[in-house]
Ligand binder design. Structure first.
Ligand SMILES: [Ca+2]
Length: 266
């Protein structure tokens, strides 16, 4: 028994000796004893550079698994004849669903019927998933009294990159400026169809692009009809339940996630 007590006494002595060592030693011992509680911090920078869960916003473009959406005013291009409308401007139109991020661009060149392509705005994005994408824009026509519903309702568009057409228009036509139009008669509606000629016949149809994952694409929007106003621009996988027809407001008809993120302002 004496031997056991002596052994126990020595163990207690050695534990006390450990506990009375420096703070640094205690900290190191605590870390060693709880390795599973400590996350591996070295991985954090990689997560910031390449988000792996959708949606996320990078360089002003919001990416979902089936869509890409962005604000027209977030561009490296000179706005030129495009003017940003914000609350407080006499021209500002709020509507049933206020413009996302309290702002939109209005084209102030040409006339209410149209004109040549002016003040091109460029937007570059990377395709999130190989699929068919339809382009629509949330659009408003600031019509004066007695002006017809088919005025102030169009822009020019073209897309650069490696893709093929999935609509009536040939691929090469989608790469050149064409009129893109719709209806938002004194309310928020949509620009939703392209105008072109196929074999000499005028066509008014959806613009649908087959894009490849990881590829970079640049959309160019130029001013056409004076007053045409854009809240946001969306490319989305054109599945059957998500149709946009004439006069439809994408902010009402499509899932809320298909809108740009609200940008924090100070
Ligand atoms: Ca907006």
């Amino acid at each position: 028994m004496k031997t056991k007590f002596l052994a126990l006494f020595l163990i207690v002595l050695s534990i006390q000796a450990c506990n009375s060592s420096s703070d640094t030693d205690i900290t190191e011992t605590e870390k060693d004893e709880t390795p599973s509680d400590t996350p591996i911090k070295e991985e954090e920078p990689e997560e910031e550079e390449e988000p792996t869960t959708y949606p996320f916003t990078k360089d002003g473009v919001k990416y979902g698994e089936d869509y890409v959406v962005f604000e027209p005013e977030i561009t490296k291009s000179d706005l030129g004849l495009w003017v940003k409308r914000v609350p407080g401007n006499p021209e500002y139109h709020e509507g049933n669903v206020a413009p996302i991020n309290n702002g939109y661009l209005e084209f102030t060149g040409n006339n209410l019927n149209g004109g040549s392509a002016k003040s091109p705005l460029k937007y570059t994005f990377t395709c999130p998933k190989t699929a068919k994408y339809r382009i629509v824009m949330r659009m408003y026509q600031p019509l004066n009294d007695h002006e017809e519903g088919d005025k102030r309702n169009d822009v020019w568009i073209k897309l650069a990159g490696t893709f093929s057409s999935k609509c009536v228009f040939p691929t090469e036509d989608l790469k050149k400026n064409h009129k893109f139009w719709g209806r938002g008669v004194r309310k928020w509606g949509s620009a939703h169809k392209m105008e072109g000629h196929v074999n000499g016949v005028k066509k008014l149809n959806k613009a649908i692009y087959y894009l490849s994952a990881g590829q970079s694409y640049t959309l160019t929007i130029s001013g056409r009809a004076q007053g045409c106003s854009l809240d946001y621009i969306l490319f989305y996988n054109d599945v059957s339940n998500y149709s946009i027809e004439t006069h439809d407001d994408p902010a009402v008809k499509l899932p809320a996630s298909y809108m740009p993120d609200v940008i924090e302002t100070n």
